[in-house]
Design a protein around this ligand. Sequence first.
Ligand SMILES: *[C@@H]1O[C@H](CO)[C@@H](O)[C@H](O)[C@H]1NC(C)=O
Ligand SMILES: *[C@@H]1O[C@H](CO)[C@@H](O)[C@H](O)[C@H]1NC(C)=O
Ligand SMILES: *[C@@H]1O[C@H](CO)[C@@H](O)[C@H](O)[C@H]1NC(C)=O
Ligand SMILES: *[C@@H]1O[C@H](CO)[C@@H](O)[C@H](O)[C@H]1NC(C)=O
Ligand SMILES: *[C@@H]1O[C@H](CO)[C@@H](O)[C@H](O)[C@H]1NC(C)=O
Ligand SMILES: *[C@@H]1O[C@H](CO)[C@@H](O)[C@H](O)[C@H]1NC(C)=O
Length: 663
Amino acid sequence: MLFTLIVLLSLHLVVEREVRSKAEAKKSEIEAQMWRFLLLLQTWLLIFCLPFSICLASPAPWVMRISCGSRVNVHTPPTNTLWYKDFAYTGGIPTNSTATSYVAPPLKTLRYFPLSEGPNNCYNIKRVPRGHYSVRVFFALVAHQDPDPNFDNEPLFDISVEGTQIYSLQSGWSSHDDQVFTEAQVFLIDGTASVCFHSTGHGDPAILSIEILEVDDRAYYFGPEWGQGVILKTVTRLSCGNGKSKFDVDYSGDRWGGDRFWNKMPTFGQNSDKAISTENSIKKASNAPNFYPEALYQTALVSTDSQPDLTYTMDVDPNKNYSIWLHFAEIDVSITGVGKRVFDILINGDIVFEGVDVAKMSGDRYTSLVLNTTVAVKGRTLAITLHPKEGNHAIINAIEVFEVITAESRTLLEEVRALQALKSALSLPLRFGWNGDPCVPQQHPWSGADCQFDRTSNKWVIDGLGLDNQGLSGFLPNDISGLHHLQSINLSSNNIRGAIPSSIGTITSLEVLDLSYNFFNGSIPDSIGQLASLRRLNLNGNSLSGKVPVPLGGRLLHGASFNFTDNSGLCGIPGLPTCGPHLSAGAKIGIAFGASVAFLVMVICSMCWWKRQQNILRAQQIAARGAPYAKARTQTTHDIQMTRHHNHGYARTAAENGPSLLS
Ligand SMILES: *[C@@H]1O[C@H](CO)[C@@H](O)[C@H](O)[C@H]1NC(C)=O
Ligand SMILES: *[C@@H]1O[C@H](CO)[C@@H](O)[C@H](O)[C@H]1NC(C)=O
Ligand SMILES: *[C@@H]1O[C@H](CO)[C@@H](O)[C@H](O)[C@H]1NC(C)=O
Ligand SMILES: *[C@@H]1O[C@H](CO)[C@@H](O)[C@H](O)[C@H]1NC(C)=O
Ligand SMILES: *[C@@H]1O[C@H](CO)[C@@H](O)[C@H](O)[C@H]1NC(C)=O
Ligand SMILES: *[C@@H]1O[C@H](CO)[C@@H](O)[C@H](O)[C@H]1NC(C)=O
């Protein structure tokens, strides 16, 4: 690219000079025009090519290295590699680490996750560009001030990447160089890298470092089954005929190789083979997509006269698929060309490559050849045999073995969010350790959440929530309705307060709802009456009040079991008190207004009555002075008091003011 740019630039200068000279010489106008056009074309080409050349200039892979437990960024020799200070963890405790193996990066700290913080803990690294990555985790041992020889501080735990379990530590790992880390190639497509550690009851997971190293999009492509649904877990990498284990960086390998670790393999067994090496350079070693270090092909094992077959045997987990990568380069001076060395390759006795002629297939001597095959292994052994057919000796430079793991489906994102909302609203204790994915790895689901695989969405969903008797407080959030697939909720015997969210009524599959023995208050949302499948509803032992939704009363007739006892004042269905008139706020205002008006009218009337009483008395006194018979009339006074409507005069007959007016 740089070369093209230089050519274009020099061409540009030449053309420009030509244009000037032609213009000065006032040559034919057409010729001058032509040169000007060329100049324009050149300029445009330059403008277009510049950004391209910048883009194409070999970009660096995306790399994130974390020194767990460290409060500062760390640089390590020999390449001054940068390890970021600790971040992105869900919990745990930082402390000093003990060096386990020279293979591990020389970092002084670790982060461990005590069981009191729950069985699942993670590093969730955000803003990871979508791509193909090699993810590597080194384990560690906690450094103790006074080491107790009887104290077993070698923790055993499981590791998952993006919800797929990739490794279980085996006891004795801390004394085996090739077991102090685990590594897998995985596609990261959702912007985060989630690496989780799952307790198995054997000590607290302790992590030294995490590396997320971008590799080529098609690195280790092994056939049509390869892709986003597949994780390649490194089982081993062997550099044959080599006496020292090395990383890619120690071989000055390409950064796109993912800084692989190559175990030394000086021999496959006593006297069965012979190590050879060369100083010659090797062609085609560091090519895409895998960018192997050249030095890998500069050593090899060849079979001896006494033992023509070259066999490498290793222990593996049974009933798994393995992707096997075999590396060759004809570096043996005694092999002068094509046809001099031909061999078959067998895996567990089956021929996988027939008539391999390295010099022929790679195109030349001192040229790399990589063969890969995927095999299903039933037993616990993997045996790779090279069986010579021509030349009586076989050769091999390196071996890589990966376990092919089918990536787990994750939990439906909406349900994960709902559970996370629940976790904070209910102040879920730390010991629950709700970190990572709720349902996967299947060996380590969140406690309290029951998972089910949903074939329509191809995701995991939550069908049961069992958090009874866990000392939970807080409130039940509306977000609970995000758990669409719930069939059963048991939150019995906690200290949950506040209202029952009405959104619960949208979980149509709900059959069992047990909120008994909490401090729920307010009324039962009407929406719960709409839950057609509900057959057990325990709301007893709360502070609920108000009317029970009518449909629930009807459901009781159909054999459902509902318990509403021990609440503040529930009413309205058979077995509970009948409810008082149900009044809306408007009605209450109306009644209050009516009562005030009535009171006012009563006050006014009393005043009128009192006034009239006074008048009557006065009239009687006047009449008594003038008419003696009027005295007898005063006996009917109380009748007159009751007349309100047609009482215009003082004098009334007793007949007129009969008892009928009293009503
Ligand atoms: C870790 O080691 C440093 C010295 O290297 C020491 O000062 C510090 O106290 C240690 N921390 C713990 C938690 O042991
Ligand atoms: C691995 O082998 C398959 C054929 O089995 C081939 O298609 C593929 O290109 C090989 N991968 C690499 C990276 O060479
Ligand atoms: C191994 O691969 C075959 C074919 O791709 C597949 O059917 C089988 O389930 C795989 N086995 C395991 C254990 O992954
Ligand atoms: C809910 O859990 C409690 C124990 O805490 C249990 O007694 C009760 O039966 C459970 N409710 C249902 C509906 O299963
Ligand atoms: C329910 O209890 C909460 C406090 O826990 C209180 O704020 C709220 O007003 C109560 N609601 C009703 C309807 O009593
Ligand atoms: C309902 O709950 C009360 C306690 O609140 C309990 O005594 C009673 O047995 C329960 N009834 C049924 C039918 O389970």
